[in-house]
Each structure stands twice: as structure tokens, then as C-alpha cells.
Design a protein around this ligand. Sequence first.
Ligand code: SAM
Length: 276
Amino acid sequence: MENLKSLLSVYGVQLKKQFGQNFLTDESLLSRIVEKAGVNEFTTVLEIGCGAGTLTSQIAKKAKKVIGYEIDTRLKPVLEKTVGDKKNVEIVFKDVMKEKLADLESKLGDDYVMVANLPYYITTPIVMRFLEQSTKIKGLVIMIQEEVAQRFCAKPSSTDYGAITVGINLRGSASVIEYVPRQMFTPPPNVDSAVIKIDVEKNKFLGADLEKVREVVKAGFSSRRKMLVNNLMNFFKMDRATAESRLTEAGVKLTSRAENLSASDFVALTNAIFNG
Ligand code: SAM
């Protein structure tokens, strides 16, 4: 898009692949992302990776407040130009992965949403960090690689279903909102993308020890092609009879593989293993 290119060239910014700098300019796509996130005048939004501020300014039109993180300080004058006059926007020039969650959330309140076109090289660590550690985030609407989107949103017993999918389902549910071809980005990346929505259910599996459940998920998927019973025996140093009785207690078939289990099956199995 010409405007974006000329804006970046005015400030001498050449986009860097290593920061995942593939920018969006299509206003109707950007406003659909904000709309799908349900942003309104009461919503505080965390945006990770503001880039040239194209998504930031669409969010700012609807939200109460936007806190954006951007690692690349070369984009400071660009963002000053595009969103500097928006009173409800605050941009922090830091690597979001190095910011403590408590510091980051101190400005966000108890019920915030993440809206972002995420840098692809850290998509999974960002998403899992918020889902595993935050008790305040209530939803995410994010642009990610299509292949990763399919893994995040997969159904049990499908090839894309894995430990990450279960990790997401332990906190909520994910669905694809829209597929986005690579040509929509400046510059176009080597892969297509998708916008997904993750609704966080704050009381899902209330009372379950999710750290232990994640350990069982890790055990279950430690060797994907093996039956769950064998993975449990190896990981938890159990004999076969014990592993089988834990599976039976949890109502899981003895011939199952990890990919056949839903998040709630994993919670039941964790209870059987640790409290059985
Ligand atoms: N939001 C913009 C858009 O949609 O056009 C830019 C999206 S671009 C895919 C990702 C942005 O994240 C880039 O601006 C990049 O510099 C920034 N970024 C990369 N790693 C980051 C990190 N660790 N912390 C904060 N921002 C980061």
C-alpha cells in the first residue's frame, strides 16, 4: 500500500523480517478484527506489536483504552504520526516477552482483551503465556499463521490436535473467524494467515490444578504415536496395571492415544493419577 510505504520511507524505516514485520493496511479487514473482538467504549485492549499503528488506530476508535507494545523503537516517529493524537492510546516500546505479567497487567484492569496481528516468530509463546498465567484476560482476537490457527482450533482425534490445542481448551475455546491470504500484508509473508478468536472462560475447570493437568498433557503427547497407557507408564514411572486403572477411573478407553482426549478427559485423568 502506497501510503504505508511512503510513511515508512519518510522515517527511513525498512521492515525487518526478524521482528515479523508484515503490516496490514486494509481498513475493512482491520475494522472487522476490532468488531469481532467486541470492542466498545468500556473495553481495555492490549495490542502486541503496533507496527505502523494501522490496527491501533482502528481499535482506538472503539475502545476505552489501548495499551500497545512495540519492540522496534525505529517505529516511534511513525506511531507518533499515526496515533500520537489519540488520547486513549499508550504505547510501550519494549519486548513484550521481557515485561513481567504483573507490570503489563497493572494498566489493563480485570477484564481486558488482546487484539493483535502477532509477530509470527513468537505467536505460540505469547498466546500460551497469557492463557496459562493471566487470570484477567477475557479474550483474544489475533491474526496468526493459518497452520498454527488450525492447530489451535483443532478437534480431538484430528491430525492438527495436540498439546497446544488442549492447553487452549483448558482455559476456553478457539475458533477461526476469517482466513487471510498473504497478499493482504506489506510485505507479503511466505504463508497465509487466519484471524482466530479465543474466548476465555474464567471458571472453566474451576478447582482443577491446571499445572498438574499440563504435566499429564505433556506426558500424554510425549510420544504421539504411542498409546496413552505407555506414555503414562514411561513418564510417571508407573506399572501397567496402575496406568490402566487410572485410565479406567477417568473413563478413558485403554486403547486411547492422547489425541483422542478432550481437555475435560485430561482433567479427569489428572484427578485419577494424583488423587486416585
Ligand atoms: N499491528 C501491525 C499491523 O497489523 O500492521 C504490525 C503487525 S506485525 C505482524 C508485528 C509487530 O510486532 C511488528 O511491528 C514488530 O516490530 C512487533 N514485535 C515483534 N516482536 C515483538 C516483541 N517481542 N514485543 C513487542 N512487539 C514485537
